[in-house]
Ligand binder design. Structure first.
Ligand code: MF3
Ligand code: CO
Length: 237
């Protein structure tokens, strides 16, 4: 799984280097596709439940599952969430990040930083002897203390020989609930955080999830193994 996740991290790094005003999200899709091939991996999302692309590219008030489009051209001040996964030698890796396009507002920058930091808090809670919802609680308490809100309709997940395995990993909840965490489990932890309200809706394309109030949203994800010596972030470059 480390090898799958390193491929994911490397492809995301190349995509990141190509995020600038004037790039379309379809340009990023093509880059991801090419970089995936170079690594002899298969894109995990393309064909999954009929999803047609390698990347999810969600701009501004899009939360997750934004579909790459030639018509979606990035402008300075936008924020973009890129979610990407691969299948390599029988195992999946999955990761996501939100990036600023050029200079963004202080509020947008704070949203991005807070979401990234909430994932780090969640990772610290992914340890043997803890409970699943310790991860959920870590995200929610960190984010809400800072005045942002947690998306509830989408969750993290177990990952391994399948992209989505049990258990679901919500980003909200009280600590000490759910299964006990054990060494050997691997979880994709993925906080999705809004500046405004937590409500989201799916557009008529059947995929793109947006905030109901139009506020900005950010998303970070890592594939994390629970080990006897603590959390191992498999998708950290
Ligand atoms: N990172 C997302 C997830 O873990 C990506 C899935 S998008 C889909 O569920 F297109 F594959 F559905
Ligand atoms: Co995921």
């Amino acid at each position: 799984m480390r090898r799958s996740c390193v491929a994911v991290a490397e492809v995301l790094q190349v995509v990141k280097e190509n995020i600038r005003p004037g790039s379309s999200t379809m340009d990023l899709e093509h880059i991801a596709e090419e970089e995936t091939k170079k690594r002899k991996a298969r894109p995990a999302f393309k064909g999954y439940m009929g999803y047609p692309y390698c990347l999810c590219a969600s701009v501004n008030s899009e939360v997750v599952h934004g579909m790459p489009s030639l018509k979606k051209v990035l402008r300075g001040g936008d924020i973009i969430s890129i979610d990407f996964g691969v299948l390599l030698d029988g195992f999946y890796g999955d990761a996501a990040m939100t990036l600023p396009v050029g200079a963004v507002s202080d509020k947008a920058a704070r949203l991005i930083d807070t979401t990234a930091a909430s994932l780090e808090e969640a990772i610290k809670a992914a340890k043997e002897g803890g409970h699943l919802s310790d991860i959920s609680y870590a995200v929610q308490s960190y984010v809400e203390r800072r005045g942002f809100s947690v998306v509830r309709e989408f969750v993290g997940h177990g990952i391994g020989r399948n992209l989505h395995e049990a258990p679901q990993v919500p980003n909200f909840g009280l600590p000490g609930r759910g299964i006990k965490l054990k060494a050997g489990m691997v979880l994709a932890i993925e906080p999705m955080i809004n500046i405004g309200g937590s409500a989201v809706k799916v557009l008529d394309d059947g995929w793109t999830a947006v905030t109901v109030d139009g506020s900005l949203s950010a998303h970070f994800e890592h594939t994390v193994a629970i080990t006897q010596s603590g959390p191992y972030v498999l998708s950290r470059p």
